[in-house]
Design a binder for this molecule. Structure first.
Ligand code: UDP
Length: 345
């Protein structure tokens, strides 16, 4: 059935891929995004409202004019280091504004919510691979922001019958160059776009830490293709359709491939694809980086029926490379995002 989905932060990395997939599946997509980095994002397949996602007047107008079936919320500040330096900004944007969005939803009786969460809610893993029973010990204000919203969603389910799914992303990666979609942030901090930049320009790629307790000493992460994450949102929407039991009214799922790659393995894979060596610089550990983050996605698989199909490393790297080569000939990228897109610690 065709639905109308409101997508705060839909001009960002994961948001744009998800919006695209929803539109392709025949849903009506309304994006609210301030495009704070002046993204030139105005696709034909979505309605875009360039506004703050917590603007009550705008939200009331949208909820009055359209019958919104669900809200998928991607808009957030995502830089972990910044969240440590400026927690006020992060709590305001990621928590307070999200609660305003939820208020307006409830005021208009819109009761289906899908939330961009993060494995940052866990902090250091207790068991690897990580399932949803890992304790919550977020290391940054960013991770705490995500967790606070998840807690609110649990209480809102009980008190107000708000149905929600929180999707805890591991390392979102890859691109959909054929749709003009991909990953670019300003400033860029993520490994794949930075590797591409380094290999293209023959500038040093910095490895943050080679003394971790991992086989090659560099950090291991679980890279999951953004299109697989988008597909999980589509399945979460279907999940909300089935009026499920009380216990699953505010459910949460880890989204990762279940495969881990070290930074050195990522470098090797990129060098192989490009048939070119990277200039490497060894740096100290980045504060707050756990040695290994690896998902156990069994719950998403059994409950949502989610199965990543684009997340082999070669597909991820090649798609990111094609996107960068097609849309960013200039090493200083012009497109960037304001949205939550990636697990941060
Ligand atoms: N990393 C690195 N050099 C870089 C960027 C990232 O060594 O220039 C490492 C980082 O320390 C982490 C992994 O690559 O172990 C993934 O980092 P990214 O910032 O892409 O994602 P995060 O895991 O922080 O969400």
């Amino acid at each position: 059935m065709r639905k109308t989905i409101l997508i705060p932060g839909g001009a960002g990395y994961v948001g744009s891929h998800t919006a695209y997939l929803l539109a392709k599946k025949g849903h009506a997509v309304i994006i609210v995004d301030k495009r704070i980095h002046n993204q030139k994002f105005s696709p034909s397949w979505a309605t875009i409202i360039q506004e703050d996602f917590s603007n009550k007047t705008i939200l009331d107008q949208i909820f009055t004019t359209h019958k919104i079936d669900a809200v998928m919320h991607f808009a957030a500040f995502i830089e972990v280091g910044e969240s440590v330096k400026h927690p006020k900004r992060f709590y305001h944007n990621n928590v307070v504004k999200t609660l305003t969005l939820l208020d307006r939803m409830l005021a208009h009786d819109v009761k289906n919510f899908i939330f961009s969460s993060s494995c940052a809610v866990y902090g250091e893993p207790v068991t690897v691979p990580m399932d949803e029973s890992n304790p919550f010990r977020p290391l940054s204000p960013y991770g705490k922001n995500k967790l606070i919203v998840e807690f609110a969603l649990q209480d809102y389910a009980t008190a107000y019958n708000l149905d929600s799914v929180s999707l805890r992303y591991f390392n979102a990666a890859g691109a959909l160059p054929e749709a003009g979609l991909g990953e670019q942030h300003d400033p860029e901090t993520h490994i794949i776009p930075l590797m591409i930049r380094a290999i293209k320009n023959q500038t040093p790629f910095k490895i943050f830490g080679t003394d971790y307790d991992t086989p090659d000493g560099s950090c291991i992460r679980d890279y999951i293709h953004v299109l697989d994450i988008a597909q999980a949102h589509v399945l979460a929407l279907e999940h909300l359709d089935h009026k499920h039991s009380e216990s699953s009214k505010a459910s949460a799922f880890n989204l990762g491939s279940g495969n881990g790659f070290s930074v050195k393995e990522m470098i090797g894979a990129m060098e192989k694809i490009c048939d070119k060596k990277m200039v490497i610089k060894h740096e100290n550990r980045r504060p707050g980086d756990p040695a290994i983050l690896l998902a156990n996605p069994a719950k998403a698989s059994s409950v949502l029926g989610w199965k990543p199909t684009h997340s082999d490393l070669e597909t991820i790297l090649r798609s990111a490379l094609t996107f960068a080569e097609t849309f960013s000939p200039d090493p200083v990228y012009s497109y960037s995002t304001s949205s939550a897109d990636r697990a941060h610690r």
